[in-house]
Design a protein around this ligand. Sequence first.
Ligand code: DHB
Ligand code: FE
Length: 283
Amino acid sequence: MAEVIWGLATSHVPSIGAAMDRGKTEDPYWKPLFDGYRPAREWMAQHTPDVAIVVYNDHANGVDLDIVPTFGIGTADRYRVADEGFGRRPVPDVVGHPELSLHLLESLMDDGFDLTVFQELDVDHGLTVPLSIFCPDPGEAWPCPVVPLMVNVIQYPQPTAARCLALGRSIGRALETFHPDTKVAIFGTGGMSHQLAGARAGFINPDFDAMFLEAIETDPEKLAALSREDYIREAGSEGIEMIMWLIMRGAMNEQIRRVHSTYHVPASNTAAALALFDNRVPR
Ligand code: DHB
Ligand code: FE
């Protein structure tokens, strides 16, 4: 069977990518954030997967807002980096893994998750910024191919947190019947608390974030029991992105080991966090 070797939960704030692209990571504003990533980056560089499943949301860049699939999967052999209005980021296009995409599609469908299929997809900061956090200097190519798994977190009604955890568990089961010895990393992206518009613009909730950072490791069921209204009230209208971390968590073992985590406020108007988990805990 294929094996999830690690899971990375990380914010995907676009300005984190812009800071890297423009060489600003040592500036006083950015240095503390990037210093916080270092131990995780070193560990991931020593544990390169064969393929990464990146659970992310599009922000009306790859897909117009008149089509909002609840869950979608990319099946292409290549994904272009989206132009979000400032030109494409100067990072490599993303190489796909159609074989794993199609295996997941079939297995998840059979398990009751009716995914929308993207045979063509431009990937926005929701996916490319986490790749940059994983690998700051990709050169000509990212370290491994990617399966993009897209989630609607931007338009009501978003999937429930419980449904996200269940989807993750279904991914875990699907991997049991994929090629043996395939090492898989899974990314849960977005969050933590933030709200970009409206009366509560700039809202950040460190207490909720701390609870979530702890429970994602030790008690994901507690997070799965929260409603979408709970997420939006406690973490802001865009903080609901955190439900995507539950998909990552569901694909991992009950017992995981935290390799490193970091929390930094603010990156733009967002509480930026990273939590890296080793899935290969001796049992
Ligand atoms: C911003 C955008 C995001 O998609 C996000 O998750 C956090 C912050 C922003 O534009 O600042
Ligand atoms: Fe976002």
